[in-house]
Design a protein around this ligand. Structure first.
Ligand SMILES: C[C@H](O)[C@H](O)[C@@H](O)C(=O)CO
Ligand SMILES: [Mn+2]
Length: 430
């Protein structure tokens, strides 16, 4: 049976529960996912004086063919985007500036250093988001930035964040869609601190200085991202969840929750409804922690499905800004983007096909037997047939057929790059 026939049969099953499948697909088309550029080059960036990756994060693997310049990175992103249904956004870090071989300090970055990205985004109908880069730099060598006891260093990073917000504002103006500027800092201590308060006071003061410079909300939205621990900040992270939750609520900023930045049994899906009661918008970095904040490629696991469900059943598709944050250098990087982003979209589609009103009603009535029975049965409804049809309608490969496109791209393009493995095609895809 073909994709369309399968779809028609599946649609009927959902319709029995009052689910409007066509409406669900229409909604899905309009949900942008902010795809992180840094999966394409292992968070390397294009700075002239490039520093080693730091900040307590790590990329493992040496799969050949990573992007080594902006043109390669954009070409790889275009390939991935051609395999992902819908219109999306690209999330940049400041280290992806293009400075024509000139050393430009991060506190002096300007919109002109991102002109090529903006032109490319216009050509491809994409929105852009932004992150100041407060790691991989000599001034962050001791793991401290906005909370540094040295005022000069702190001020350097404050100026970098201000410059970043102006760059994001330029993105928003040029592209007609507000850019999200997300601040994440690595600051913390390996061992038990003797004073938790002073660094947090300094972080608050630094953020106040950054946000004292106004940007237009029509073009730039500000977010702050917390973390529970990193490599080298195992005992204490200054920018904890409580810190940023408090800061964001008091100062009308967005809280960004990274799914890898909480205790192992703590889930972001369970936080969304609470946060939405107190903020108009929030942001996510959807990642996959395996034992730690390992940033594995996002899979369609229970937590990803639950995140989709929380966003959809709380009518929050336009309130939750969905970004991805993973970096796996052990597999083909274009495939990594494709797998992770398709999974994020699948999770939203799955959620859009569940009769939430019916299930909510059962809970209100105290009918927990039917609630559990139906929630379990809906898990095996023919969601895959709807997904396949959606891909076909959106002119992207159906099911795993995208993999051969990536293999061809690897043969034609990636394997010819300077950083290819000695003498042969990679074992995984050859
Ligand atoms: C590149 C980083 O992953 C990113 O900026 C930050 O969001 C993070 O999650 C650090 O753990
Ligand atoms: Mn993150």
């Amino acid at each position: 049976m073909g994709v369309k026939e399968n779809y028609e049969l599946a649609k009927k099953q959902y319709e029995q529960w009052g689910v409007n499948v066509e409406e669900a697909l229409e909604k899905l088309k309009n949900v942008p996912i902010s795809i992180h550029c840094w999966q394409g080059d292992d968070i390397g960036g294009f700075e002239v004086n490039k520093s080693e990756l730091s900040g307590g994060i790590d990329v493992t693997g040496d799969y050949p063919g990573k992007a080594t310049n902006p043109e390669e990175l954009r070409s790889d992103l275009e390939k991935a985007l051609s395999l992902i249904p819908g219109k999306h956004r690209i999330n940049l870090h400041a280290i992806y500036a293009e400075t024509n071989g000139e050393v430009v300090e991060r506190d002096e970055l300007e919109p002109k250093h991102f002109e090529n990205w903006v032109n490319w985004a216009k050509e491809n109908g994409l929105g852009l988001d932004f992150n100041p880069t407060l790691f991989s730099h000599e001034k962050a060598a001791d793991g401290l930035t906005l909370t540094h006891p040295n005022e000069e260093i702190r001020d350097f990073w404050i100026q970098h964040c201000i410059a970043s917000r102006k760059i994001a504002e330029y993105f928003g103006k040029e592209l007609g869609t507000p850019a999200l500027t997300n601040i994440w800092i690595p600051d913390g201590y390996k061992d038990i601190p003797s004073d938790r308060l002073t660094p947090r006071k300094r972080l608050k003061e630094s953020l106040d200085k950054i946000y004292a410079v106004e940007t237009d909300e029509q073009y730039n939205l500000d977010a702050v991202e917390s973390k529970v621990f990193g490599i080298g900040s195992e005992s204490y992270v200054v920018g904890s969840h409580e810190f940023y939750l408090g800061y964001a609520l008091k100062n009308n900023k967005l809280c960004l929750m990274d799914t890898g930045h909480y205790h192992p049994t703590e889930t972001v899906s369970n936080k969304i409804s609470s946060m939405l009661l107190f903020s108009d918008k929030l942001a996510l970095h959807v990642s996959r922690p395996v034992r730690w904040d390992s940033d594995h490629v996002v899979i369609l696991d229970d937590e990803l499905k639950e995140i989709g469900i929380e966003i959809v059943r709380n009518d929050a598709l336009d309130k939750v800004i969905i970004g991805l944050d993973f970096f796996d250098a052990s597999i083909n990087r274009v495939a990594a983007w494709t797998i992770g982003t398709r999974n994020m979209i699948k999770s939203l589609l799955n959620a859009l096909l569940i009769p939430h009103d019916k299930l909510k009603q059962l809970q209100e009535e105290g009918n927990f037997t039917d609630r559990l029975a139906l929630m379990e049965e809906f898990k095996t409804y023919p969601f895959g047939a709807i997904w396949d049809y959606y891909c076909e309608q959106m002119n992207v490969p159906v099911r795993e057929s995208w993999l051969s496109d990536v293999k061809k791209y690897e043969e034609d393009i990636l394997s010819k790059r300077a950083n290819k493995a000695e003498g042969s095609l990679p074992v995984n895809m050859g």
